[in-house]
Design a binder for this molecule. Structure first.
Ligand SMILES: Cc1cc2nc3c(=O)[nH]c(=O)nc-3n(C[C@H](O)[C@H](O)[C@H](O)COP(=O)(O)OP(=O)(O)OC[C@H]3O[C@@H](n4cnc5c(N)ncnc54)[C@H](O)[C@@H]3O)c2cc1C
Length: 473
């Protein structure tokens, strides 16, 4: 029997458990899993519920279309029959080209699917000590035991210390991630706001837009944002202050120049107000639907570290939000991640202890989808190792020309001195741009189509996606 312990029922932990159970069934493997989740007994600073796979900030998993790098990742994961992507599709809310979800429904589907899975035993406890069994690498006994640490960017301090012991004092790296507020639809003044999605993509009324028509009004808001009081950071946090560019607090974006917001999250392009079709707004704040009922919306790109009272005061200055009713305030937290290029092999196991794996954001990938994707890589690696023992074959990593393969290759082989969290992006699957045909080099759209198709073809050829397809049938 193979005993697999998974720590953390977040995006990565649930995907890993689901994939392992699916392969166990398909290959008739005697696998038993224990999935540890510390919530609700022990809380994290950003999670609010006891549900598995809770989304702590935006409710969007990114675009599902192959025109974006994230879309390639999503389509690759679909071929693996991903729990996270399938659950997102079942709990989808309208959001233009983005795969956005009703966060409660999404987490409930995942919690229910995992809870009834016969291969998985759920343990609602904080996992603190790594049992000695996992540390004695290469013993016969250990061959049948695996540990997967998928405890996320907010791993409990007790477990962080334990992992630091395991990594021989090599420090965790860290950065700051912030979440945006969620407000009630009722509190939006629809006499001022209008429904539209940028350039008419998706359904026309996917987003609610709050337009600033006067430059003065916009600059007053920008200045209020800059002078608003921020939540206190601990001293050690101040010393290590480093943001992830893709999730920078809105007040930090505003600090970079008085118009940076207008060229960033508040860009007014591609949005026509039906009441004033001939006027171009000076800036526009977008609100994205947050639940299926349409009773909640989040403010797109407004992740913030302002004090709660200040969030209410300053964001009420946005036209149409004068009666703003925030049901969940934005928060900012320090995230930890491993220096994976030093510590992990390409299958995301520890170089020093090959039966201990890491999955999710703790490996240095950034984002819900990327985190869940690493769960597929880990499950595939463990099953591949079990099967190779039976068939005496070799474990084969995913091709680096696929988004999933390229992501894990990047986090395990980047320069350890400058290692930073990474999202899916086109450069990852285009390692030799000079070698592409000339016609592709000249035309970005053609090039991306080629890269996307090549990645998907390679994933379709993978023995494990064939198994996933077989089970579906
Ligand atoms: C404030 C903030 C805002 C973010 N905003 C976004 C965003 O807008 N978009 C985006 O794509 N990504 C965002 N992220 C990143 C996001 O957290 C990750 O992308 C994703 O949730 C990581 O998935 P994961 O499975 O690695 O971790 P998580 O989803 O956090 O799951 C880890 C799980 O492990 C549990 N756990 C921790 N320690 C223990 C322990 N010792 N024992 C048992 N259980 C434990 C936790 O309770 C949690 O359920 C944000 C992160 C933070 C912190």
């Amino acid at each position: 029997m193979y005993e697999i312990t998974i720590v953390g029922a977040g995006l990565a932990g649930t995907e890993t458990a689901f994939q392992l159970a699916k392969f166990a069934k398909a290959y008739d493997l005697n696998i038993r899993m224990k999935l540890y989740e510390m919530r609700p007994k022990v809380k994290t600073p950003a999670h609010h519920t006891e549900n598995f796979a809770e989304l702590v900030c935006s409710n969007s998993l990114g675009s599902e279309f192959l025109t974006t790098a994230r879309g390639v990742l999503i389509q690759e994961m679909k071929l693996f029959d991903s729990l996270i992507i399938n659950s997102a599709l079942k709990s989808k809310v309208p959001a233009g080209q983005a795969l956005a979800v009703d966060r409660d429904k999404f987490a409930e589907i995942i919690s229910e699917t995992i809870s009834v899975n016969p291969y998985i035993e759920i343990i609602r406890e904080e996992f603190i000590n790594i049992p000695a069994d996992f540390l004695e690498a290469n013993s016969e006994y250990n061959k049948n035991k695996f540990l997967i640490i998928a405890s996320g960017p907010l791993t409990s301090p007790n477990l962080s210390q334990e992992v630091q012991k395991l990594t021989q004092g090599k420090d965790f790296l860290n950065f700051f991630d912030a979440a945006s507020p969620i407000l009630t639809a009722e509190s939006i003044n629809m006499d001022i706001a209008f429904k539209a999605s940028r350039y008419g993509k998706g359904e026309t009324d996917d987003y609610i837009n709050c337009p600033f028509y006067s430059a003065d009004e916009y600059y007053r808001f920008q200045e209020a944002l800059l002078s608003a009081e921020r939540a206190e950071l601990q001293d050690f946090e101040k010393e290590n202050m480093r943001y992830f560019e893709g999730c920078m607090p809105v007040e930090a974006i505003a600090e970079r120049g008085k118009d940076t917001l207008r060229f960033g999250p508040l860009k007014p392009v591609g949005l026509t107000d039906p009441r004033r079709p001939n006027e171009k707004p000076y800036a526009v704040v977008q609100l994205r639907q947050d639940n299926v009922l349409g009773s909640l919306y989040n403010i797109v790109g407004f992740q913030t570290n302002l004090k709660w009272g200040e969030q209410k005061r300053v964001f009420s200055m946005i036209p149409s939000l004068e009666n703003l009713d925030i049901v969940r305030y934005g928060v900012m937290h320090q995230n930890i991640f491993l220096n994976s290029p030093t510590l992990l092999s390409e299958n995301l196991s520890l170089k020093t202890h090959p039966n201990i794996y890491f999955a999710g954001q703790i490996t240095g990938v950034e984002g819900y989808t990327e985190s869940a994707g690493t769960g597929i890589v880990v499950a595939r690696s463990i099953v591949s190792r079990i099967l190779s023992e039976i068939k005496r074959s070799q474990e084969t990593p995913l091709s680096r020309l696929t988004m999933l393969g390229a992501l894990v290759n990047y986090v395990t082989s980047a320069d350890p001195k400058r290692f930073q969290p990474i999202n899916s992006n086109w450069a990852l699957i285009n390692p030799n741009p000079d070698k592409l045909e000339k016609r592709l080099r000249k035309d970005k759209r053609l090039k991306n189509e080629f890269l996307a198709e090549r990645a998907l073809a390679l994933i379709r050829e993978d023995a494990f996606t064939k198994t996933a397809a077989m089970i579906d049938a």
